[in-house]
Design a protein around this ligand. Sequence first.
Ligand code: BES
Ligand code: MN
Ligand code: ZN
Length: 498
Amino acid sequence: MEVKVVSGDITGLPLGAIIVNLFEGVKNPGGATAAVDKALGGLITQLIAEGEIKGKRNEITLIHSMGKIAPERVVVAGLGKEEEITLSVIRGVAAEACRFLRRVGATQVATIAHGAGVGGIDAEKSAQAVTEGAMLGLYTFRKHQTKEAEEGEIEQLLIVERDEEKLAALERGCAGGRIMAEATNLARDMANEPANYMTPTHMAEVAQRVADEWGFECRILEQADMERLGMGALLSVARGSRQPPKLILLNYKGGDPAKSPLGLVGKGITFDSGGISIKPSEGLGDMKGDMAGGAAVIAAMRAIGELRPKVNVTALVPATENLPDGAALKPGDIVQASNGKTIEVVTTDAEGRLILADALCYARKLGLSPVVDVATLTGACHIALGDLCTGAFGNNQELVDRVIKAGEEAGEYIWQMPMYEEYKEQNKSDIADIKNSAGRWGGAITGAQFLAEFVEETPWVHLDIAGPSHAEKDRTYLVKGATGVAVRTLANLILTHE
Ligand code: BES
Ligand code: MN
Ligand code: ZN
């Protein structure tokens, strides 16, 4: 879908549909909605008076214009209460309206920059939110379906503005929104892809392609490199798989070469069976999405490569499968990470922290600082926070605050979890330096405390996305399946990094 900004009067466009809006409780709308209402002989105000249009958030009312104005259909989209309008609301409304119009067969659609009038939202940000909402909400993953979709596609979305002075800001927002949405949809494509396609090798190929396309460096460390670097924890997880493990390194140089790069680390388990500590079979297919953190990191690098901020960023994605096999890691084994620490493997299903341990050690070796890791690390975090919210853990409050703020801007909820010292005791092993599972209670926290042992004093935040990486159903700008969560948060964090 192409999204572009045009100047003019929305009632004059001969398209399949236009989207205007209404705040809850407003009886006499202003702006574009008023213009359309007038052209339709007061039909919208009449429907409001009759109570059919209430303006509730995500309410969709379809009106056929029957030749009274150039557009064939008008959608009046509810924005909810005026005092509750946010960029997330705008993203959601744009998504719901566009999905609705795709269902009724519209191919060309025009909208206004919602909230940028009386709503008081910055015009550029509104255009970005409309673009993101539409592109994210219309996302589909159909590449393995040989039959054509029943629904057509919205080919073009126009953001229409009468005030010439606002056009430049709207264009900037639209361009930024497209970059953010395309990156997010790349992460979704990667995580929706079944594990027989999205192998560690294929993940590395995608990363290489992204780097080539957007002009930054990509290096793939192979098994022999990992052996040379003493990455015993990462290698131990890979032992059960026929797929060669990959440590993907992406390097974007936009800033002062003397400054240490910001580090992004993403968990890239392309399939998590649990290994010898095998998981129950119900819902096991969803574990193809256990590389969503790695996908988010690669996709954020794509956005950065396109946005070209003046910073240095290095991304690391350890990628492997976690499978049972005669050669596989076993419960009770002891493995050694590349910083020399020994790890007792209580369960082979706590594999994420094993591969991240070596990736975090490598981040230290490369001098990356600060470091943010993103991982579908624990079911415990999913249970604690549900699927709307990412858990944040860190050793540096300032960085935690910045990550949460970057999330707010993206409309991604991030909730800080505690890192009290005393939790570390639960990770103590009788026979090694540390163990990879501390049992059931506080599992998200002890998982984070395990990782903390490998970042040492580097300012660091760990984002556990086990809950929000996957959507059970379509909801506003999320589409059932992989959500691409954290891509836009990471991109925002980098854009505001000094
Ligand atoms: N990939 C899982 C965590 C997960 C669970 C992500 C559900 C998304 C949805 C992770 O590797 C795992 O298995 N964690 C274990 C850790 C435990 C054994 C210490 C868990 O959460 O049960
Ligand atoms: Mn696991
Ligand atoms: Zn896992």
